[in-house]
Design a protein around this ligand. Structure first.
Ligand code: NI
Length: 259
């Protein structure tokens, strides 16, 4: 059974068939889904999903591109939301230097504040980092984020950065990009990284794997990602599925907990 570690099923791309699709997932071998928040609106939508579906868990956090909306008042609100028993991580949080807005001096302190929140609540981190490898690494290191652990979602850097993040105890989230013909850098990372540090994700509705590239993504495409990891690492498909499942359970459910 597959563990989907990162999806956005509250997205409007699922408005016309969300219920049918989500009901189908367990029948198609997707055992757990973590629905990831990214903005203030998506926090409540995520909580509605985790309350409705027993196999869906969630995260609470504000994506770097949305940190301009944060203030002391809604940060306290966020903290209360994160105490929900099916909220299993703080995320997706981090740095995004691909976009100029909000400026880095807004992104950074809210990234740090959300790491502190995670540590206070004893929750691990789901990290979004784009064109910001060094600053993300430094902030995680200075904040002692390894005390709670982190998934670097949609890992997009090279082997050298992967080595740094792996040494800090992070997991790497591997999604559809690994199947792209121009995904050579990620294929190298997957070859390099130990299987017990990888987790499967789609980032649905984005980043559909080949041959569905450009179309809406769903967790039903996870086998395509697991197959590509299997091919690159020369490890059988079933092992890729079971080890990544175990990794995700350890990370999100904190080994030994039954929730
Ligand atoms: Ni995402």
């Amino acid at each position: 059974m597959i563990f989907e570690t990162h999806a956005h099923y509250d997205d409007k791309a699922f408005d016309h068939d969300r219920e049918d699709l989500l009901n189908l997932l367990p029948k198609e071998g997707i055992e757990y889904v973590v629905n990831v928040s990214a903005s203030l609106d998506t926090v409540d939508n995520t909580i509605a999903l985790v309350d409705k579906y027993p196999y869906i868990y969630g995260t609470v956090g504000i994506h770097p591109s949305d940190t301009g909306a944060l203030n002391e008042e809604n940060f306290l609100w966020l903290k209360e939301k994160a105490k929900h028993p099916k909220i299993v991580a703080i995320g997706e949080i981090g740095l995004d230097y691909y976009w100029d807005e909000p400026e880095r001096e807004i992104q950074k302190p809210w990234f740090e504040r959300q790491i502190e929140l995670a540590k206070e609540l004893g929750l691990p981190l789901v990290i979004h980092s784009r064109d910001a490898a060094n600053d993300t690494y430094q902030i995680l290191k200075n904040s002692k984020a390894d005390e709670v652990g982190a998934i670097i979602h949609c890992f997009s850097y090279g082997v050298e950065q992967a080595r740094q993040y792996l040494n800090m105890g992070c997991y790497l989230g591997i999604g559809g990009v690994v199947t792209f013909t121009n995904g050579k850098k990620l294929k190298e990372v997957v070859e390099y990284a130990p299987l017990d540090r990888l987790v499967l994700e789609t980032d649905s509705p984005y980043l559909s794997p080949v041959p569905h590239r450009g179309k809406r993504n769903t967790s039903l495409n996870l086998p395509l990602i697991a197959k590509e990891i299997s091919r690159i690492k020369k490890i059988d498909y079933e092992t890729v599925v079971s080890v990544t499942h175990e990794n995700a359970r350890k990370f999100y459910f904190r080994e030994g907990l039954s929730k």
